[in-house]
Structure formats: structure tokens, C-alpha cells
Ligand binder design. Structure first.
Ligand code: MN
Length: 232
């Protein structure tokens, strides 16, 4: 039996469609600028040579359908609708051809962002942690097993705020595909079951305010919903 000086929280757990078991979240890797139209709206060029990444703490992961406070330290809290890839097997230095065999399933995700702090950090060439590794900022829907998901292609990815469409694109618009991202990330990390990859957001990101209801869908996956709570 462990003899800990104090108790620590359990890893966040996510529902799996049709299963009583839950998915424990380990690491959260996020791809930046993976849709050309989003890179353009952020005023930056697309790097087609290789993806780049930032990370969120696993404790930033929260399930869909809840209300979380508008975070401190920002006046420009943004939504980003994304495809989440949930790893179910080890992957280290794999090829893109072999990458999908390590995928457990897929989900809808929101990469909630303090955009003002991210852009201020970017301007000073500092890391994005305060902008991106926000508490409760990795909202993830129930997981669909990979074998129950149609092959990744031109599925629609869509987000609305209070019923009004803000983001509307196709998964086939991804600059770096899911197998390419897994293969690239696996050159640097021993990817393992429980690891999560958020694959980037399409154009149309924007700010929310307390009381807003964010809803997102990807064809073939469980939808996602987040209600923005009051400021703390
Ligand atoms: Mn993102």
C-alpha cells in the first residue's frame, strides 16, 4: 500500500459509447494550426513540413455536458472545436501506415483558450501555457471506438454558440492527417494507452461570455456541449 503525504486526484475519466468501462486520460497533446483557414485567421503561415504541438495537463480534461466557470486572467476566452484521437496501444517511431492500429477511438473536443494571453505570449516568443493549459479547458465527449467510426475523410466538423454556427469544415481539411500526426509525435514520445491528441481547429474561432452554450458535432461521433459559467 502506498504511503502518500497527501491525497492526489484520480486521472480524469471519459465515457466510452456502449461500454461500462471508462477511458483514463494520460497526456494531452494538441496540434497547432492544422487547418489552413484557421492559420490565416490567426495571421500566421501554415508550416506544411511538420506539425507542431503544445500540451495540456491531463487534469484539464473534463467530460461534455457540464458548466465550468469563465476562467480568471482573460477577457477573450475562445472556443476551438477539434477531433480528439484517443490512443489505445503503444506507438513509438511508427509509420503513418501503421499509426491507426494504435488508436482506441475518437471523440469531439473543445480546446478552450485564453486567446489574449496566448497571443501576448506569442508576441514575446514565450510559451503558451497560460493561454492553453487552462483548467477545465480540454472538454471531451463520449468516445466512439475506432472500429465503430467510418474511415476518416470528409466528415463535417461543426460548432455553434447558442445555436448559431461559428465553425463549419471537413476533417479532410486537416493539413497533417491523423496518421501523419501520430507518426510524427511518435518520433518524440512513447505514445501509450490513455494519451489523447487534439488535432487542431478549423477557422471561425471566437470569444464566449458567461451563459453561452457551446455545441459541437463531428459526423459519426457523440456530440459535445459546454456551458460557460460565471466568472470566479
Ligand atoms: Mn486547438
Amino acid at each position: 500500500m502506498n504511503n502518500l503525504a497527501f491525497s492526489v486526484p484520480d486521472l480524469p475519466m471519459l465515457q466510452i459509447e456502449g461500454q461500462s468501462e471508462q477511458f483514463p486520460v494520460a497526456r494531452i497533446f494538441c496540434v497547432g494550426r492544422n487547418y489552413a483557414a484557421h492559420a490565416a485567421e490567426m495571421g500566421v503561415a501554415v508550416d506544411r513540413e511538420a506539425p507542431f504541438y503544445f500540451t495540456k495537463s491531463p487534469f484539464a480534461a473534463v467530460p461534455s455536458g457540464q458548466t465550468f466557470p469563465y476562467p480568471t486572467g482573460t477577457e477573450n476566452f475562445h472556443f476551438e472545436m477539434e477531433l480528439a484521437v484517443m490512443m489505445g496501444a503503444p506507438a513509438f517511431r511508427v509509420s503513418a501506415d501503421d499509426a491507426l492500429s494504435a488508436v482506441f477511438g475518437y471523440a469531439c473536443a473543445l480546446d478552450m483558450t485564453r486567446r489574449d494571453l496566448q497571443l501576448a505570449a506569442r508576441a514575446k516568443q514565450r510559451p503558451w501555457d497560460l493561454g492553453k493549459d487552462v483548467e477545465n479547458s480540454a472538454v471531451i465527449s463520449a468516445i466512439t471506438l475506432a472500429e465503430q467510426m467510418a474511415p476518416l475523410g470528409p466528415q463535417r466538423i461543426h460548432l455553434a454558440v447558442n445555436g448559431q454556427t461559428k465553425q463549419d469544415a471537413l476533417l479532410s481539411d486537416l493539413i497533417h492527417s491523423v496518421p501523419e500526426v501520430i507518426a510524427d509525435l511518435s518520433q518524440y514520445y512513447h505514445l501509450a494507452p490513455g494519451d489523447v491528441i487534439l488535432t487542431g481547429t478549423p477557422a471561425g474561432v471566437g470569444a464566449v461570455v458567461p451563459g453561452d452554450i457551446i455545441t459541437g458535432e463531428i459526423v459519426g461521433l457523440s456530440p459535445i456541449e459546454l456551458t460557460v459559467g460565471n466568472r470566479e
